[in-house]
Write a protein that binds this ligand. Structure first.
Ligand code: NAP
Length: 318
């Protein structure tokens, strides 16, 4: 089979398409034929080496949509089943991936394989940030700070469905239209110097109850000034240090809460994806795929996912 292999940390060009051995499932394992693989920013951080040591060579990627190719002893699923994958033993930037049974979920007929590849990290992150860490409840106002990408579009859909009032941000007209289409009541431009004043005007000076923050190194200090009393910021993304005025937390009893999807244990993950599965099947959650890029062009996908002008999820097609 063909797979992207990384032999050393470095720029996107270290992602090489190579021929490697096919996979066979052991007991409790599933081999999935990948029809689309999700590209997440974390895969660029790992590739560049900032997350530390790694065994080489490796195949990147955790998310995918595809079809079960073969199953090991004790697995209830069947070859031919359509599935969405999140996490795998061998990496999803490939024609085949070896997974545990807990990493594979049914993909409803109404979703494409590319949409199946846009579920794992984005919806798991959005769900955990909103509800597990953010404590979101119906009637609250949430700012999805960076709403046009994979996690942002998922967050807007989940928050709307849970009865929150959603304000989103994006830096392009196309991105802002996408966020509006997902159900945000208002969409602001995070590259406009007046957007936080506009946010305060939209909430009649009260501020928002919850902020899902995609770029805390740029925004955390500002976030604290637009929170309502007892507001919470959930830090989802951060690419460096940031200075804050801690008095801004005191004056509103505010919380800054970190969130990493990696801290969800197997039980929490299975519960999250099974619960969201009914919403995917019902059509109330619809993953947004902005770009489909051939697997061989994985370097281009890694460049694209780090650029602004996001429009949903980028997926690789083997
Ligand atoms: P993505 O698809 O590349 O989207 C990035 C988002 O950030 C876009 O909406 C983009 O908007 C927005 N953005 C860019 N500049 C911004 C600014 N100055 N202020 C606010 N937003 C800004 O990435 P993603 O998959 O949604 O992931 C988002 C972030 O969360 C990444 O940093 C990622 O590493 C992190 N993440 C963390 C976890 C976790 O477990 N903690 C899990 C998944 C992702 P425009 O392009 O419209 O400017």
């Amino acid at each position: 089979m063909k797979a992207i292999r990384v032999h050393a940390f470095g720029s996107p060009e270290v992602l090489k398409l190579e021929e490697i051995s096919d996979l066979a499932p052991g007991p409790g394992q599933i081999v999935v034929r990948i029809r689309a693989a999700g590209v997440n920013p974390v895969e660029t951080y790992i590739r560049s080496g900032i997350y530390g040591a790694r065994q080489f060579p490796y195949t990147p990627g955790s998310d995918a949509g595809g079809i079960i190719e073969s199953v090991g002893l004790g697995v209830a699923a069947n070859p031919g089943d359509r599935v969405s994958v999140t996490g795998s033993l061998t990496g999803s930037y490939a024609q085949l991936a070896l997974c545990t049974a807990m990493q594979v979920f049914p993909l409803p007929e109404n979703l494409s394989f590319a949409q199946g590849a846009a579920i794992g990290v984005p919806y798991g992150t959005a769900c955990r940030a909103l509800f597990t860490r953010g404590g979101a409840t119906a009637g609250e106002t949430v700012l999805v700070h960076g709403a046009s990408g994979g996690v942002g579009t998922a967050s807007v859909q989940l928050a709307r469905h849970a009865g929150l009032r959603v304000i989103g941000t994006a830096s392009t007209d196309r991105g802002r239209q996408l966020v509006r289409d997902q159900g945000a009541e208002h969409v602001l431009d995070h590259s406009d110097k007046n957007y936080l004043q506009q946010l305060m005007d939209l909430t009649n000076g009260r501020g928002v109850d919850l902020i899902l923050e995609m770029l805390a190194n740029v925004n955390l200090g500002k976030d604290l000034t637009v929170l309502a009393k007892r507001g919470r910021v959930v830090v989802i993304g951060s690419r460096g240090p940031v200075e804050i005025n801690s008095r801004d937390t005191m004056s509103r009893d505010a919380d800054i809460r970190g969130m990493s999807l990696a801290h969800a244990d197997e039980r929490e993950r299975v519960m999250m994806y099974m619960r969201m599965g009914t919403q995917f099947a019902a059509g109330t959650l619809k993953p947004i795929v902005g770009q489909e890029i051939p697997l061989a062009e994985a370097p281009r996908a890694h460049e694209a996912v780090m650029k602004s002008g996001s429009h949903g999820k980028i997926v690789l097609v083997p």
